[in-house]
Design a binder for this molecule. Structure first.
Ligand SMILES: Cc1cc2nc3c(=O)[nH]c(=O)nc-3n(C[C@H](O)[C@H](O)[C@H](O)COP(=O)(O)OP(=O)(O)OC[C@H]3O[C@@H](n4cnc5c(N)ncnc54)[C@H](O)[C@@H]3O)c2cc1C
Length: 281
């Protein structure tokens, strides 16, 4: 097994561009909390590990001109402690709060959570609701993709073998925005989401405005409940319209039954939980 620890991003991009990286089914190691589990328990074979964890330029949270940028190696603990995020993207902070335990939060990175591409990844629904942009870098250049276009299915993304997810960015939310996250698991903590919901919306003259609803663990990738958003947008806030939107959102899901839950239960939970999260009080 070849183990390499590049000193900086330039060296990293050189390494992953080499034919030997692809030939050895090389893997980028960030916190390792998904990768090492896959190698140990799910038969992932690799002959080359590129450990990126100590590349400082890829870690940190900044806000400039109303745009928030998060380096891909920023940990869940960094996210939880960030005042920039608790003020400008509260549902991302809430998702970090619900994430595993402190040891895991200290190791796990936002980039790893995204690149692992699990429909149950906790940070992904808030990033959908924030309409985040992902910066993908390689020696060939830089491209940006909307987070919704990044995922192709469970564990599958548009990331090329020589590409690195370097940064996640989105606009800061106004302080008046209702920004919420809820994860339903089989227990309170250390649980994989049975269903997760992330919402951002405003209320103007008692009408819904800028509604963004993202749902996790209810389809092959995290989804936006766009039809439900449409029904709510510009409509007077009332229990009836919220119930209607929840029914539509439940129909937008295509869940599977697995060890954690049946598909029917997942739909039912979307139906029950969405109205709770759309409450103004
Ligand atoms: C005990 C335990 C509890 C957990 N609890 C939760 C939980 O509550 N919620 C949750 O969502 N997840 C949970 N997870 C899953 C995991 O911790 C997260 O998905 C975590 O964010 C992964 O980050 P990492 O830095 O450890 O990724 P790694 O394991 O290092 O990497 C994951 C994958 O992404 C690739 N990768 C990583 N960074 C980059 C990058 N910058 N560019 C390109 N590719 C990259 C790697 O090559 C690998 O394929 C848990 C895992 C364990 C073992």
């Amino acid at each position: 097994m070849i183990y390499i620890k590049p000193a900086d991003k330039k060296e990293l991009l050189e390494l992953v561009a080499q034919p030997s990286f692809r030939k050895n089914n090389g893997q980028i190691l960030a916190g390792g909390s998904d990768l090492l589990v896959k190698m140990e328990h799910f038969g992932l074979k690799t002959g080359m590990i590129v450990d990126v964890k100590s590349i400082k330029s890829l870690r940190g949270i900044t806000k400039k001109d109303n745009v928030i940028r998060i380096g891909s190696l920023t940990t869940l603990s960094d996210i939880l402690e960030s005042k920039i995020l608790s003020k400008n993207a509260p549902n991302l902070t809430q998702a970090a709060k619900n994430f595993a335990a402190i040891q895991m939060r200290n190791r796990s990175t936002i980039g790893g959570n995204i690149c692992n591409a699990s429909p149950a990844g906790d940070l992904i629904p808030p990033l959908y609701a924030l309409e985040a942009t992902l910066k993908l870098e390689s020696q060939r250049g830089i491209r940006t993709v909307n987070i919704q276009q990044f995922f192709k299915g469970p564990g599958k993304t548009v990331l090329k073998p020589d590409e690195l997810l370097s940064e996640i960015s989105f606009s800061a939310l106004p302080s008046s925005t209702f920004s919420r996250f809820y994860k339903l698991g089989q227990r309170e903590s250390m649980a994989i989401a049975v269903v997760s919901l992330a919402l951002n919306f405003n209320s103007e003259n008692n009408r819904f405005k800028d509604v963004r609803i993202a749902l996790g663990s209810v389809a092959p990738t995290v989804i936006r409940a766009k039809e439900a958003e449409k029904i709510l947008e510009g409509t007077d806030i009332s229990p009836e319209i919220v119930e209607k939107a929840a029914k539509i959102a439940a129909k937008e899901c295509s869940p599977i039954s697995d060890v954690r839950s049946s598909a029917d239960y997942r739909r039912l939970m979307v139906l029950r939980l969405l109205p709770e999260l759309l409450k103004i009080a």
